[in-house]
Design a protein around this ligand. Sequence first.
Ligand SMILES: *[C@@H]1O[C@H](CO)[C@@H](O)[C@H](O)[C@H]1NC(C)=O
Length: 254
Amino acid sequence: MGGCSQKMHLIFLLLLVFLLSPRAEAGEIIGGKECKPHSRPYMAFLEICTSEGHTGHCGGFLIRRDFVLTAAHCAGSSIVVTLGAHNIKEKQDTWQKHEVIKQFPHPKYNGFTVRNDIMLLKLKEKANLTLAVGTLPLPSQSNFVPPGRMCRVVGWGKTGVEEPGSDILQEVKLRLMDPQACRHYPNFHHNLQLCVGNPRKINSPFKGDSGGPLLCAGVAQGIVSYGRGNAKPPAVFTRISHYRPWINKVLKEN
Ligand SMILES: *[C@@H]1O[C@H](CO)[C@@H](O)[C@H](O)[C@H]1NC(C)=O
């Protein structure tokens, strides 16, 4: 897992700090469970090649047969998307590998403040919809999801102090917090982002790889963006509803 970009590097370093923290115990980080195979058919595994030739991994999710939504800090010189996977190390007949022909990071993505951390990926070919591959609905612009809700993050992210990542898709339940719980993040903005994960709980939003979805009542409300160096919840997710006009525009024009 190298750096896809400077920002991804930074996020990876934060994770590293977290992973090496002497207070971190495996049980504090795990807290999730394996997904039932193919129960999350929209999940995309992203292999990213950076301009320096390193490789990185992110999550993402299929929103149209030819479009995947992910985080802007997952951009690279080239990206290959795998759909229909459960264990990412075990190739199955359900897998569909897709080349990304165009990356659309949000035009106002800022790698220093990590605001507008959202990106659309256009696939070279349309995905075939199967039992293992499907699309995930997005919220409308007016669907401003309030604090208090319980949601789930899904990804092939870290599962423990000694684990570089999980081969098997994982999910974990997390609570949407009041914006005050994220006031230690100087660039947190309630209208653009979600503050996710109860600080008194052990479940870590780092469970999901960057770019993966936050599901609230079956709708993708957030995208994993960044968290604290010691991985103590809450973490910050991009609020998808705010970006619906931009998403609609890119989908319409492409
Ligand atoms: C989709 O299905 C068609 C027809 O069966 C096949 O030719 C194509 O390779 C499939 N695409 C992918 C990405 O698996």
